[in-house]
Write a protein that binds this ligand. Structure first.
Ligand SMILES: C[S@@+](CC[C@H](N)C(=O)[O-])C[C@H]1O[C@@H](n2cnc3c(N)ncnc32)[C@H](O)[C@@H]1O
Length: 208
């Protein structure tokens, strides 16, 4: 088990220990944008799909409902993963769970679809961003898909009290263009449980 930067891990363990899902700004009862992208890819039910920084997102529930058989969820917080396992009950046994800092992840398989909503944008140093990009490049199969959701340049500057890096279509594509071709990007307005709006940018890429 990789735990990575201890302060960062402690921050996220504390969040998932002390706050309910509706107290989290990123909470979505249904991950509609992510599911729309999934629909574009027409993946077989045997596809290996990983949600990076999945937290207690309901994307895993949707993937299981749709019948996907090789679903993975990675998060730095063991508390987050325990929460989703509890929610899923018996169905949790069908999922591969990984507690790790993404920048220290050593993927045991290659993935057909790598999804990340609001985890990549917490990486603010060149070193960590480059590590993430290199891990994703190696972990995604040829012709496999990558979907990244981050705050856009119209979005907040912080998330969960931490500095984040905002992206535009151009700046996100520039990070991944060596190994991926861009399929499409879309901006979305996420309504938080507190009645505010957060502007996200989602881009889909395909591994060359
Ligand atoms: C803003 S939340 C988004 C959660 C989920 N993706 C969603 O859309 O509901 C960010 C998530 O990324 C996780 N995270 C933050 N930094 C991470 C890192 N370096 N490695 C792995 N997970 C990380 C946090 O624990 C948290 O669950």
């Amino acid at each position: 088990m990789n735990t990575g930067n201890n302060d960062n891990k402690r921050h996220w363990e504390n969040i998932y220990e002390t706050k309910g899902e509706k107290e989290l700004s990123w909470f979505q009862p249904y991950p509609d944008t992510s599911v729309e992208f999934l629909g574009l890819f027409k993946l077989p039910l045997t596809a290996h799909i990983i949600d990076i920084g999945g937290g207690d997102s309901h994307l895993v529930d949707v993937l299981l409902d749709k019948g996907y058989q090789n679903v993975w969820v990675l998060d730095i917080s063991a508390n987050a993963i325990e929460r989703v396992k509890k929610r899923l009950g018996e169905r949790a046994g069908k999922v591969h769970w990984i507690v790790s800092d993404i920048t220290e992840f050593e993927p045991p398989v290659q993935f057909d679809f790598w999804h990340d909503r609001a985890a990549f944008h917490f990486l603010t140093s060149e070193e960590k961003i480059n590590k993430y990009v290199s891990i994703a490049e190696n972990a995604i199969k040829q012709n496999g898909y990558l979907v990244l959701g981050t705050f856009s340049e119209q979005g907040p500057r912080k998330c969960s009290g931490l500095e984040i890096k905002q992206y535009s279509e151009t700046s996100m594509s520039a990070r991944f263009e060596v190994a991926f071709k861009r399929i499409k990007c879309t901006e979305t307005a996420h309504p938080t449980p507190f009645g505010t709006i957060q502007n996200f940018l989602f881009c889909a890429f395909q591994k060359k």
